[in-house]
Design a protein around this ligand. Sequence first.
Ligand SMILES: [Zn+2]
Length: 318
Amino acid sequence: MNTLFQTELHRHLDVSLRPSTLLELAQKKGIESSSTSLQSFLNKLLIRKPMRDLAEVLASFQICQKVLDRPEVLERVAREVCEDIYAEGTRRVELRYSPSFVNEFHPELSWKDILSAFESGIREASQKLPGFKAGLICIISRDYGPEGAEKTVDFFLENRTRFVGLDLAGNEQEFPGSLFRRAFQRAKKQGAKITIHAGESAGPDAIWYAIEELGAQRIGHGVSAVQDPQLLQTLRDRQICLEMCPTSNWLTQVVPSLEAHPLPQVLRAGIPVCINTDDPTLFATTLPSETRVCIEKMGLSSSEVTLTQAHAQAASFL
Ligand SMILES: [Zn+2]
C-alpha cells in the first residue's frame, strides 16, 4: 500500500466556514446583531442535539448562504477552509458546493465568479501548505428540480477540468433520483466521476437507483444500505465507497444514536467506507473528532480506522 495521506471526500465547502469568520461577516452585513460573543453566536448556530425538523436548522444554513456574497469573501472562505482542514492533519480533500445554493440570495454573483473565487482561495492556501491538495465537486441541488439540474450539468460540462466530480444533494424524499436521470446520463457520457447523496433519508432503493441509473461510483451517506443484503453485496463486489458522516447522521436523525450507526457493520462486511465531516460549520465536526466518535461510540479499532483512510484514498476523485 502507498503512503497514507489523511484524506476526506465528503465536506461541503459552503457549510465549512470558520465560525469566527462567519460571525464577522454576518455582523458586517447587519444580519447578526444579537450575539455579544463568539460563544453566544455558536450557541445559536451549532446543532448539538438531534434536530426536530429541518426548519429548525434552516436559519443556520441560510446565514452561511447570505454571507457568501462577493468574490473576495468566497476566496477568503475557501482559503480558510483549506487552512483549517490542513490543521486537522488532512492532506487530500474534496470540497463540494452547489452553485445554485451559493447564489440563491445573490443572483448578481455569477456561477463562473463563484467557481473562480473558490479556486483562487484554494490555490492561495495550497501554495502555503506543503503536500496539500484539494479538488472541487459540483453539486446538483435536488430542490431546484430537473431544470436546475440540467443547468448545473451544463455548467459542470463547460468547466469539466475545474471540477473533480459531480454530486446530487438535497431533499431525497421530495426529489427522488429519477427526476435527474437525464442530467446524470449526460454527465456520465462525458466521463464524469459521480457521487450521489443517497440512502440518507430514503431507503435502499434510492442507493440502487444512484448506482444503476445515475452512474454513482461513490455514495454520500448510504446509511440505509444495511437494510438490503443484496445491495451490500453489490457495493462490495463493485467496491463502491460509502462516504459516511456519523455526527451529521445522528443530528439529522438518520440514526437514533451514534452507537447505532451502521458504519462498523458496513465496513466489516467488506464495503469501502470512509469517515467524513459533512457540514462542519453547523455540526462542529472535524475529521479527527469524527474518527474519535467512530472509535469511542462504535468500537472501531485503530486498524479499522486506517482501513477507512485507505478506502478514502483509493476512492478519491483527485
Ligand atoms: Zn453531504
